[in-house]
Ligand binder design. Structure first.
Ligand code: NAD
Ligand code: MG
Length: 397
């Protein structure tokens, strides 16, 4: 029996994780569930999985949840506030932490799990984008097991030789005959949209992803391809490689989830439905396999299978992220923070779709040379970059 904590249980990844766990009550025990505000959904999950603990980071929602849990006669202890996330992530009774909070808010609890040498299933790519070098150092130092949930990274991981899977952070890809990591992306909902119409894209259009059902922030990131940019940086750290070792390939059907090219000309790919329950199940059971309710692929229904090169005019955010990756940790921290603020402003209809890249570029330019090596520096830079973009948005109005 392995004990699981889900950070961000009410989100898209959190719900998919519980869907997989529901099939294996003998193998996995849900130790704790956390969320920000949606106490009604968390209550439903508590009823079904009866965890020892639940955390609502929002204080008002925590009061409501506590009352509802007590009224329902459930034994789950409800905690409140962000400090409780890191406390539970470090709890001795936890074996596996699913890091599925969106954005920088997920960083500290995820690091707390790493520092206790837990098995960390990483969906929260922003944590790694912010702190890459430091994060991986801590993984090594504390002997944590880091398994990628992001479908592309999970696909790449599955295409690696098993000796490399055991120790991705310390090995060189070239020593295993690997010449390139091919990171695929659908291109999002605006792959073929006229560039002249980009200014008028609405939040509702941007979150309507053609293949995946996801949270709002990552859906907007997929539309700008900042998501692929964040994943580029994520891959650089997860697989201990150089930016030159990674190539982004547009594959609109989202059936190939990424590929690994070997020196002898072989390319290994992982294929499947665009359904996050597959990578989640893979990482939960690794190195074993468990089954999910994901529909098997029907090759006779795959009428089209295509590939393209991403263009800088359509996807400036992808290129900003690659630039930040080459610059280093200060630049990636600042770009991630800027992007969180500009995406939130776009979703709140305060700025246009095209302004996301504009503000992100301003922030990257401003903070490009900043070095951030300690956690303290990184957190400080994160808040400075947020304040910078908020100020620029204010000036624009
Ligand atoms: P989501 O918005 O659906 O869910 C986010 C979860 O985090 C919710 O449970 C929410 O309550 C919690 N949360 C949000 N802000 C918080 C805060 N400030 N403090 C504490 N908790 C907070 O997001 P999602 O789509 O599930 O994505 C989660 C993470 O996984 C993101 O980093 C995303 O990039 C990554 N990811 C998601 C998918 C996907 O298919 N959804 C795929 C790959 C990677
Ligand atoms: Mg992904």
């Amino acid at each position: 029996m392995r004990s699981v904590l889900i950070l961000g249980a009410t989100g898209s990844i959190g719900c998919n994780t519980l869907d997989v766990l529901a099939g294996y009550p003998e193998q996995y025990q849900v130790f704790a569930l956390t969320a920000a505000q949606n106490w009604q959904k968390l209550l439903e999950q508590i009823r079904q999985f009866q965890p020892a603990y639940a955390v609502m980071t929002d204080a008002d929602a925590a009061v409501l949840l506590k009352q509802a849990v007590s009224d329902a006669g459930l034994a789950t202890e409800v905690l409140s506030g962000t400090a409780a996330l890191a406390e539970l992530a470090a709890h001795p009774d936890v074996d596996i932490v699913m890091a599925a909070i969106v954005g920088a808010a997920g960083l500290l609890p995820t690091l707390a799990a790493v520092e206790q040498g837990k098995t960390v299933l990483l969906a929260n790519k922003e944590a790694l984008v912010m702190t890459g070098e430091l994060f991986i150092q801590k993984v090594k130092q504390h002997g944590a097991t880091l398994l990628p949930i992001d479908s592309e990274h999970n696909a790449i991981f599955q295409c690696l030789p098993s000796a490399l899977q055991q120790d991705t952070a310390n090995q060189q890809l070239a020593d295993y005959g690997i010449s390139k990591l091919l990171l695929t992306g659908s291109g999002g909902p605006f792959l073929r949209k006229d560039l002249a119409d980009f200014e008028r894209i609405t939040p509702a259009q941007a979150v309507a992803h053609p293949n995946w059902v996801m949270g709002q922030k990552i859906s907007v990131d997929s539309a700008t391809m900042m998501n692929k940019g964040l994943e580029f940086i994520e891959a650089r750290w997860l697989f201990n490689c150089r930016p030159d070792d990674i190539q982004v390939v547009i594959h609109p059907q989202s059936i190939i989830h990424s590929m690994v090219q070997y020196a002898d000309g072989s390319v290994l790919a992982q294929l499947g439905q665009p359904d996050m329950r597959t990578p989640i199940a893979h990482a939960l059971a690794f190195p074993q396999r468990i089954s999910t309710n994901v529909k098997p692929l029907d090759f006779f229904a795959l009428t089209e299978f295509s590939f393209a090169k991403p263009c800088a005019e359509r996807y400036p955010c992808l290129y900003l992220a690659k630039q930040a990756c080459a610059l280093g940790q200060g630049a990636t921290t600042a770009l991630n923070a800027a992007n969180e603020v500009s995406v939130a402003a776009f979703l709140a209809e305060q700025i246009r779709f095209t302004d996301i890249a504009r503000f992100n570029a301003l922030a990257l330019d401003h903070f490009a040379a900043v070095k951030a090596s300690s956690l303290e520096h990184i957190l400080q830079l994160d808040s400075e970059a947020r304040a910078f973009v908020l100020q620029k948005i204010k000036e624009m109005h």
